[in-house]
Design a protein around this ligand. Sequence first.
Ligand code: ZN
Length: 212
Amino acid sequence: MLLTLPDAARSRNANTDELNYHPVKLVISLRHRFRECGPRVVVAPEPVWSGTRYDFTRDEAYQLGTAALEAVMVIDGQPIPCADSDQTHLPYWWHPDRDHPHWCRKPHEDGDYSSDRDCLSLHGFEKTIYPSLAEAARSEQSDGAVRINTVTELEISLRQRYREYAPRVVIAPEYLTEGGPYELTRDEAEQLGRALREAVLVVDNQPARQDR
Ligand SMILES: [Zn+2]
């Protein structure tokens, strides 16, 4: 199963903290290795150096696919709970022609610079999954030592920064040293969500094998 995201994912180099803007593909596939009790759903960038590969169990893949599709629904206008009473406060410098995304829960203040404009969904839309099969990510410390980290949490949220005309769906490890984030357009997030759901269907329809 191949998913091509031609304009996709900016990926962040965990070692240098630089963003790579190379067009990459995200390939979603299934893998079942010796002694593993179930298949993995693998989400891997191509070429491999352009980002972080994530392995998921069937349930984790389902959770990520659902979260990606829910992010799309929020972008398309599905309301989210408004926990902040002053959520609608916009600074005086906010250009009246520029819509404020309804999902943003970041407090904006009059004292902010306009270039600080950075809309985040925060607790309004934030999904977390815990990838139990995550490959360890390496990061090099300033003293040259190499640290091995295992991804503990992946967070799915929305972000729209200064001068960006559309939101990104950000799928990022809790700490950037754990690997690179995927930042997807709305359409790319929808493709990813559908592909993961499809992978889960394939897993569920696999005939049980008693000989392992
Ligand atoms: Zn905002």
